[in-house]
Design a protein around this ligand. Structure first.
Ligand code: ATP
Ligand code: MG
Length: 331
């Protein structure tokens, strides 16, 4: 029997309510997510890449998992219980198990706390350890593991650290908390390209060390390819494809995924991604119109059929764990 997933999104739709502006009256809603379903298994630690263009709903998913937003429809379940229930009844346990890594770590640190206090605070709050000496030993060892020199850093304030050091501090914090699930939202987009590989490697070491699963959010397929065992592709708030990273990179099914892949340089001139290049030329990435009826991708899709303009495509499970939201795969 399959065990209960660690995390499960069931038909999650999220609408933001926004007011008018610049003389535009009235309120409207922005549908950021449409019937999103996926799960993170609990049997063993996995790394799942959540990939999509800007505005596709990636951060909205992260915020729903972290309980910073409530879904408009559908459910976000952690170990079978809704996130809102966890936060109401067992908040500390949830914070211990599910930890974020943000794009800009500066925004989550209290600017008036020195690094020492930043690292001690969660250990005390989440009741991980109480003994002062044990806390100090743990902090020093976690910092060293993440390539930070405690003697240089412990007495500094967050603004006295480089961007890369602040990111590694976040990794040290996670190493101390030892969550089951890490939700990493574009963690390397604000650090220097030369430091990215080091950070991603440290994240991998960290995950293996504590046996955590990771939902890694990025718009960069190259990075997703490095860090993720499997991928979930988001397009305008819809999951359009899911499968192992290998399968998706080598044989993308959804025309949108093919388009995403075509923006990565092909490995050789005789690229097997040739047809994807042609697809990119045939469509426009800048076309961002939200489609109310039919498939959200049809205006950009070179394979669009009549039915695509009229009906929402079904999610087809081509094989276990390999799903695509497209009429092309209806048998
Ligand atoms: N607080 C908000 N109020 C209203 N609309 C929002 C809000 N946050 C996000 N949106 C809208 O919801 C949609 C999804 O946004 P989201 O931030 O989840 O995208 P994203 O995939 O993380 O994009 P990016 O790659 O640029 O970070 C976008 O259309 C965005 O404009
Ligand atoms: Mg985002």
């Amino acid at each position: 029997m399959k065990s209960e997933p660690l995390l499960e999104l069931k038909d999650v739709t999220h609408e933001y309510r926004v007011g008018g502006g610049l003389g535009i009256v009235g309120r409207s809603t922005i549908k950021a997510l449409v019937s999103v379903s996926f799960s993170v298994p609990s049997e063993k630690p996995v790394s799942i890449g959540l990939i999509g263009e800007s505005g596709s709903g990636k951060t909205t998913i992260a915020r729903l998992i972290l309980g910073l937003l409530e879904p408009t429809y559908g459910k976000v379940l952690y170990k079978g219980k809704s996130v809102s229930e966890w936060l109401r009844k067992n908040k500390l346990a949830y914070l211990k198990e599910v930890q974020p890594i943000f794009q800009d770590p500066y925004s989550i640190y209290n600017p008036f706390y020195r690094v020492e206090r930043i690292l001690k605070a969660p250990l005390k709050k989440l009741k991980i350890v109480n003994d002062g000496k044990a806390i100090e030993d743990m902090i020093i060892s976690a910092m060293k593991d993440m390539g930070l020199r405690p003697e240089d850093i412990l007495g500094r304030y967050p603004h006295q650290l480089s961007g890369g050091e602040r990111q590694r501090l976040m990794l040290a914090r996670i190493l101390l908390i030892k969550p089951r699930l890490i939700v990493a939202d574009e963690p390397v987009s604000m650090i220097d390209a030369s430091l990215r590989a080091i950070f991603l490697d440290q994240l991998r070491v960290l995950k293996d060390k504590i046996g955590a699963s990771c939902l890694y959010i990025t718009h960069d397929l190259d990075i997703a390819n490095c860090v993720a065992d499997s991928l979930i592709v988001l397009c305008q708030g819809n999951v359009v494809e899911e499968g192992s990273t290998n399968e998706i990179i080598n044989e993308p099914l959804h025309p949108y995924t093919k388009l995403l892949l075509s923006s990565i340089p092909a490995p050789s001139p005789k690229a097997r991604w040739k047809d994807r290049m042609q697809l990119a030329e045939a469509t426009s990435l800048s076309e961002q119109a939200r489609v109310e009826k039919g498939c959200i991708f049809w205006p950009r899709c070179p394979y669009a059929m009549d039915v695509c303009k009229k009906e929402r495509p079904p999610m087809i499970e081509v094989e276990p764990g390999r799903r695509v939201l497209c009429f092309l795969y209806v048998k």
